[in-house]
Design a protein around this ligand. Structure first.
Ligand code: ADP
Ligand code: MG
Length: 325
């Protein structure tokens, strides 16, 4: 059954504004008015998901709703920010009640879990596209950036890079996994990326630079290198290992997923050597998997991200990261 634009907003989205206090004027006016926490800086990020580009066209609506917000929250995590609110620009080919109700459930579950309220948006008709803008807060001057990496710093990642890409391959039937538990783990890697908000916030004052891995580890660490004007050397054997999860794929495919696969939404960050204990302590305290994978070097050594195995042989991939154009 079709539903009008305003009923649609009321029915599926209005209740998501009560998720946190401070919404003075929410959904229903020309703009939202929000009570911003005192002595904080605003952190804003936008990510768009296009059907057929960022997720398979047939993906269930609940997953689409959840993922749309999760990937945006991951950007706040990379900045060390605490999530506050988001807006939703939704373009739909048609207003299907069952699709909308599943989509809003997926969205609402994530919004509730991370205490981020929906405060406005736009609803239009067209090819399925979801744009979310998240707003977060950091103490003044404490946002993590891509700019501060220094030669000698250590390089770390959270979680297991490559899971997202392997999960997508699984979802699309390109990867067969017999073990149901492993299959679930891979699928969740793609469908339920876990924004490392707790890690990001705890890295304020510890990390020298940070980024979330959306386009692939080499490409994203490359952005840190570019902005910090440094190079990076990774040790292949130090990277969290996908091998245990799948013995059916070629070593080349695994390398591609780990180093070049997008969709992980893990954090890659750098920290000075003298913060190693602090990194270990926060990992233990939060219970987050954090692995040291390499070091930052000066551009005189390399201006890029170089990954080598224990024999000093370069480990390369054929595609570094996704580019839209
Ligand atoms: P305007 O014409 O002023 O742009 P709209 O008619 O587009 O306003 O939207 C009406 C209200 O509903 C606004 O407060 C807007 O923020 C909100 N809104 C529209 N679409 C959504 C959505 N998908 N999710 C949440 N709020 C929405
Ligand atoms: Mg509008």
């Amino acid at each position: 059954m079709a539903i009008g634009e305003f009923d649609l907003i009321r029915q599926y989205f209005s209740n998501l504004q009560a998720i946190r206090p401070g919404v003075v004027i929410g959904i229903g006016d020309d703009a939202a008015v929000l009570e911003f926490p005192p002595n904080r800086q605003l952190v804003v990020a936008t990510d768009t998901l296009v059907a057929g580009v960022h997720f398979p066209k047939k993906l269930g609506a609940e997953h689409i709703g959840a993922r749309a917000l999760l990937v945006n929250l991951s950007d706040l995590a990379a900045m060390g920010a605490e999530p506050l609110w988001f807006t939703l620009a939704l373009t739909l080919p048609q207003a299907s009640a069952s699709w909308l109700s599943a989509f809003s459930k997926g969205l609402s579950d994530v919004a509730t879990a991370y205490s981020c309220a929906l405060v406005g948006g736009d609803t239009t008709c067209g090819p399925l596209t979801i744009t979310i803008t998240v707003h977060g807060a950091v103490p003044p001057g404490e946002a993590l950036t891509r700019r501060g990496a220094q030669p000698g710093d250590r390089v770390y990642v959270t979680g297991t890079p490559g899971l997202g890409a392997a999960g997508l391959a699984c979802l699309q039937g390109e990867l067969e996994v017999d073990d149901e538990r492993v299959r679930r783990q891979l699928l969740d890697g793609f469908l339920k990326p876990r924004p490392r908000l707790d890690v990001g916030q705890r890295l304020r004052g510890v990390a020298s630079a940070a980024i979330d891995i959306s386009d692939g580890l080499l490409a994203d660490l490359g952005h840190i290198c570019e902005q910090s004007q440094v190079g990076a050397q990774l040790e292949w054997e130090a990277l969290p290992n996908l091998d245990r999860l799948m013995d059916t794929v070629t070593a080349e495919q695994r390398r591609q997923w780990v180093l070049g696969g997008g969709d992980d939404y893990e954090l890659c960050f750098t920290a000075p050597e003298n913060k190693s204990a602090a990194v270990q302590a926060l990992a233990a305290e939060i219970g987050a998997p954090i692995t040291r994978i390499g070091r930052i070097v000066s551009t005189a050594v390399t201006s890029k991200v170089l990954c080598q195995d224990k024999h000093g042989k370069k480990v390369s991939v054929h595609k570094q990261g996704y580019q839209h154009f």
